[in-house]
Design a protein around this ligand. Structure first.
Ligand SMILES: Cc1ncc(COP(=O)(O)O)c(C=O)c1O
Length: 382
């Protein structure tokens, strides 16, 4: 039985995979089991910001694994507390709750909001993606992800993205929080306007409603700032993070204002904030800082977008728009772009297609300018 046959036999058929088996990665490149090399422009879906197997992150994981892997939260551990301090400083928020994924960070935010406000309801956006567990799924708009699992939690209203008046109109006395992505990732790289987020902040303040920003995909330099909210001159009350935080070692976190607190025992998770996960995250943050990856995302992102702007159509599929911020970039086509993903892969570039028509670029932030030029040369000829 081949590996692909064994996957079909033993693994739940939830994933549509591309027909290659990846075996190794370094920097912005990965290799498959046939020894073919690819420039990875998807980075584990915005995870490998520091590239694959960055030596400092490998070393931090190795050293921590030799010292202490897991203890549970029955005890204090230094990496967790140090990481909480780093995240509080980076996010401008006060308190951190650790977990293991993006969806868990969103669950934590939902529970905290209900706990702290005594109110039950949420306003989320059309096109949103916040995760797959039942709470986070209730905030996720895409019908095909929700439908088989209904009824989800009640009290979630979806309104048009980038429309502050729609949020104001949807607020009721039961509204606890507005939940938004400053840049919708899975929804197709839609970037909130500055006026919108500023207005939403004001609407939340004047109605005593909390603002949760989901930075699971946009965090840690992806958009050219540490967090996307920094582009807007506003601050959320609660922020969710995951993906890039551990460079691929699973870890998520929720940051919140000082006055929004759980009581003891009201939330928790066995693996949350393990020494190993936190060591991976601390090393990730120091590599982002030491190698100037946030600035790199800004300048290389501008270079990539500029190069892609001139493309009018690929393989007969007309371009509607090239959108992006930092190294979070999408080409929106008139029709589905799955075949373009296959063509690019056959020419040595890994991309993905989101929201059916958006060819998405989320390369590691360590990608070089010449690698980006190679990617653009491949894409232009599709
Ligand atoms: C904005 C956003 N929130 C939450 C999630 C869920 O994260 P995870 O897959 O780690 O549960 C994602 C995943 O793509 C995301 O993009």
């Amino acid at each position: 039985m081949t590996l692909i046959e064994a996957e079909a036999k033993y693994i739940q058929p939830t994933y549509t995979r591309q027909p290659i088996t990846l075996t190794r990665g370094s920097g912005a490149r990965v290799w498959d089991s046939e020894g073919r090399e690819y420039i990875d422009c998807i980075a584990g879906v915005a995870v490998n910001v520091c590239g694959h197997c960055h030596p400092k992150i490998v070393e931090a994981i190795r050293t921590q694994a030799e010292t202490l892997i897991h203890t549970s939260n029955l005890y204090y551990t230094e990496p967790q507390i140090k990481l909480a301090e780093e995240l509080a400083n980076l996010t401008g928020l006060d308190r951190i709750f650790f977990c293991n994924s993006g969806t868990e960070a969103v669950e934590a935010a939902m529970k905290l909001v209900r706990r702290a406000t005594g109110k039950t309801d949420f306003i989320a956006s059309e096109n949103s993606f916040h995760g797959r567990t039942l709470g986070a799924l209730s905030l996720t708009h895409t019908e095909k992800y929700r439908k088989p699992f209904e009824p989800l939690i009640p009290g979630v209203t979806f309104v048009r993205y980038d429309d502050a008046a729609a949020i104001a109109a949807a607020i009721t006395p039961d509204t606890a929080a507005v939940v938004l992505e400053a840049v919708q990732g899975e929804g197709g790289i839609h970037i909130a306007s500055t006026e919108y987020l500023r207005e939403v902040r004001e609407i939340c303040d004047s109605n005593d409603v909390l603002l949760i920003l989901d930075e699971v995909q946009t965090g840690f330099g992806r958009t050219g700032t540490w967090f996307a909210y920094e582009h807007y001159g506003i601050k959320p009350d609660i922020m969710t993070m995951a993906k890039a935080l551990g460079s691929g070692f699973p870890i998520g976190a929720m940051a919140s204002r000082e006055d929004l607190l759980f009581g003891r025992g009201e939330h928790g998770a066995t693996f949350a904030g393990s020494p190993l996960a936190c060591a991976a995250a601390l090393a990730t943050i120091s590599v982002i800082r030491d190698e100037g990856l946030v600035e790199r995302s800004r300048t290389l992102g501008a270079h990539l977008r500029e190069g892609l702007q001139s493309i009018e159509s690929l393989a007969g599929n007309k371009v509607r728009e090239v959108r992006g911020i930092g190294l979070m970039v999408g080409i929106d086509f008139e029709t589905g772009c799955g075949d373009l993903v296959n063509m690019a892969r056959e020419r040595g570039v890994l991309l993905n297609c989101t929201a059916d028509t958006v060819l998405r670029f989320l390369p590691p932030l360590v990608i070089t300018e010449s690698e980006i030029d190679q990617v653009m040369a491949v894409v232009e000829q599709l």
